[in-house]
Design a protein around this ligand. Structure first.
Ligand code: AMP
Ligand code: ZN
Length: 324
């Protein structure tokens, strides 16, 4: 084997080292044994059972009821967005390590032969893949901003959008609460600084009420996003100093570690400036969002109320499926 082939083989072996291995995370193994999560061979990439999905659907409906008075406009996108808009979002400045880009084979028959040869020899075939104009959605609110920006100035009362998407983050982990593809429901507020602040305080309260209804232990804490690199540490500190991100935390995967299940974000004029979103009087719009992690909430319910939904407290069942 040539030197470069050896290096390629090694790199494939290294990447195989991060494929899923059972028996290391007890909570994950219990979920898999119960059939709630179905392993695929890749860390953080699971199938879900019917019972798991019943809980996700119940949570989704509960969030809809909690936000019924918001006059939110429902917008749904596939779990991918325009690469051009993704580039504009500056996600690569903050979180290059988490991004997922879609690459495709764009060659002719000659290149295909090379791909097939690489596969046969166990060599890296992916260098023949080329980037497409599709990027995986990193958070449910990202595809929304360009769409709202295109409509011109916001009305005086601003806007609230209801979004729901599978999101991708490249953070393979044995911890089942840290997935690579998971669903996020969001309410996104666009308007003046005051409108966003009021929205966020209101949702910290509502989110807490929701989790209390589900009889899950919870607390609210100041948080920061995992900004990349040394410069990122400074950005994260500044995010904390300005109280821009709060999270609702629930102990799930282990008793002594809290997992963020809801997040309450104030972006100030960051997205307003990037996409040219304007308030009615022509000022730069501020934005904020509340995000609900549906898999994490579902896992929290299984952790605290057991794997048998029929045995969950009646109040919890009513909150999830009472109106069904
Ligand atoms: P964030 O944009 O990081 O604040 O994420 C919003 C919500 O998505 C979090 O509060 C979590 O509930 C959920 N979430 C974030 N990352 C993951 C992940 N890797 N796996 C599952 N859920 C996640
Ligand atoms: Zn968001």
């Amino acid at each position: 084997m040539s030197d470069s082939a050896t290096i390629q083989k090694q790199s494939i072996e290294t990447s195989n080292a991060i494929v899923d291995r059972a028996g290391v995370n007890p909570f994950r193994d219990a979920l898999v044994d119960a059939g709630l999560l179905i392993p695929t061979g890749v860390q953080g990439l699971f199938g879900r059972s019917g019972q798991f999905e019943r809980v996700v659907d119940g949570l989704d409906a509960l969030i809809t009821r909690l936000g019924a008075d918001q006059n939110a406009e429902v917008l749904r996108f596939p779990p991918a967005m325009s690469r051009t808009e993704f580039e504009r979002s500056e996600y690569l400045k903050g979180f290059p390590q988490l991004a997922g880009t879609v690459h495709s084979f764009c060659g002719g028959e000659h290149e295909q032969q090379r791909v097939l040869q690489c596969l046969e020899r166990g060599e890296d075939w992916t260098e023949h893949q080329k980037p497409t104009y599709v990027v995986l959605t990193p958070a449910a609110c990202y595809p929304v901003y360009p769409v709202i920006a295109q409509r011109g100035h916001l009305p005086e009362e601003g806007r609230i959008v209801d979004a729901f998407s599978y999101c991708f983050r490249h953070e393979p982990s044995l911890d089942p609460t840290r997935m690579q593809l998971f669903r996020m429901r969001e309410y996104i507020r666009l308007g003046t600084a005051e409108q966003i602040q009021a929205f966020r305080s209101e949702w910290i309260e509502r989110g807490t009420r929701m989790i209390d209804m589900l009889e899950l232990p919870n607390s609210i804490d100041l948080a920061n996003d995992p900004f990349f690199g040394r410069g990122g540490k400074i950005v994260a500190r500044s995010q904390r100093e300005q109280n821009l991100k709060f999270e609702l935390l629930i102990p799930i995967e282990s008793e002594d570690r809290l997992t963020a299940c809801l997040s309450f974000n104030y972006h100030m004029d960051h997205f307003g400036l990037l996409w040219g979103i304007k308030t009615q009087d022509g000022g730069v719009a501020h934005t904020g969002c509340v995000g609900f992690g549906l898999e994490r909430l579902t896992l929290g319910l299984f952790r605290h109320h057991g794997f048998d939904i029929e045995k969950w407290p009646q109040k919890v069942r009513d909150a999830l499926w009472g109106n069904a």
